[in-house]
Design a protein around this ligand. Sequence first.
Ligand SMILES: C[S@@+](CC[C@H](N)C(=O)[O-])C[C@H]1O[C@@H](n2cnc3c(N)ncnc32)[C@H](O)[C@@H]1O
Length: 320
Amino acid sequence: MMNRDEIIKIVSANDTTVLSFPNRGPWGSSYYRGNCSGYIPAFFIWKYDAASVAEIFAGSGTTSDLCKDMGIPYKGIDLNPEPARKDIITMNILDDQVELPDEFYSADLCFLHPPYPGINNVRYSTGMWHGTAEEIAQDIQEMDWKRGMQAVNHAIMRGYNAMPAGSFEVVLVGDVRSKGQYHSMIADLIRPTELHQLFVKVQHNCVSDRSGNTYNRSDRALTAHEMIAVFKKPSGYEIAYVVPHEYKLDVRDSSMATWKDLVAAVMRKLGKESSLDEIYKEIEGHKKAESNPHWREKVRQTLQSGPFSHTGRGKWSFAA
Ligand SMILES: C[S@@+](CC[C@H](N)C(=O)[O-])C[C@H]1O[C@@H](n2cnc3c(N)ncnc32)[C@H](O)[C@@H]1O
């Protein structure tokens, strides 16, 4: 237990967008995988002067315990059929037939620390607690990246729709590396309204620190932070969301690629001295060519002005 003044003294000393709390505090359980420091919700309760808190993904009860010490009402939900605290109820946030508890409709702050989909060594329904096959299928941790991020974004929208105008939604997310793939949750996060502010949470004592991993010889650095996105609800009715969307197309069909981009891509692909006919063949029939009746002239003009050299035998190559 800590008292409100002690907590506020600690969090208010860190009043920047880089949140660094080496201790997690006496709240929740450090054994619960993916638990977070109670100083994180404490900082936002202090910062936004929140008089009540609601939480999706309540886990080991960190925010529940903290709110008791802060002396404010709290309500949480989690998929766990045996919730860690009395003020946490069992609920699948992906089931839209089930309504969120009333407290979500009046809380000043809605906190979400979702599962990080695709991390292999963190398990909720098959580790921290034991779920039925149905619960396991709804556990966001068990989902692959794409489905998991859709589920996280669904949860963010559900929290947002319940929130009263003027309240804050605070979402703590991380980076995931699994099977050689790197993903960053913040990059794929839905934004239900204008972003109010972004924070960096410095990671302390995480499992990847202790494993002694160093990435000296890799072209990626060791992840030592998480990110926190804060949204402030402007009005009662408005939803103005942005969802990151994945596009995949051939550069030869892209209206955004310039002629220099396109010819450079073709010359790199051909990888050798090439005749105009060979170059045309790569471009013909693609949207960029179809959009310009004089595309062959455009290609010749680009070859003459860009990083390409005319080798003298009617052939062109990428300039060395
Ligand atoms: C990262 S943990 C939260 C940890 C928490 N911040 C703490 O300090 O203990 C994510 C939680 O999401 C829960 N969860 C997974 N899928 C869910 C779903 N579909 N609906 C509700 N909760 C879910 C898991 O049971 C887990 O407790």
